[in-house]
Design a protein around this ligand. Sequence first.
Ligand code: FE
Length: 188
Amino acid sequence: MSDGKLLSFVKELTLLLEQQASEEVIFTKGKKLLENLISVDDWLPEEFTKPHPQYYQQYLLYADPFDRFSVVSFVWGPGQKTPVHNHTVWGMVGQLRGEEKGTPYHQQADGSYKAGSPTICLPGHVDTVSPNTHDIHEVANNHQDQTSISIHVYGANIGKVQRAVFDPITGTEKIFISGYANSLVPNL
Ligand code: FE
């Protein structure tokens, strides 16, 4: 039996990271791998597509045993959005279904955070975040009446990473660890 799409992606990204790929290479070659994965929406098992009425869901699809990367399905119910937050590791966000609006935030001299121009992500589009350049943003489902799903890939096991949410007005930072909604991962 040939590898499924998710397993092929995991294998290829593992091989790339084995070569100690720089962030620049991850955001070119790795990004292409993710673009390929999300180019056809026919592989994500249904149990990792389910929205929650109140909270956006983060389903772990794969975690590298050396914590070099993780793959997570983000499922947004109508109108759901994140607080302004950071990641502290590189990240790639590939739109699989629906539409998301990503808004970058930039810290000002007085400590507050100001919103930059938002990007609307359509299926097939891959966005990036990085503590080296642009790590703080807010993400929202751009649909008020349907679910949106994106596949996130991070340079760590993101559900275990201590990171922060920000109050954009006061600049106050609150530490959080995101965790995952699922206790069982897909059988690759
Ligand atoms: Fe994010």
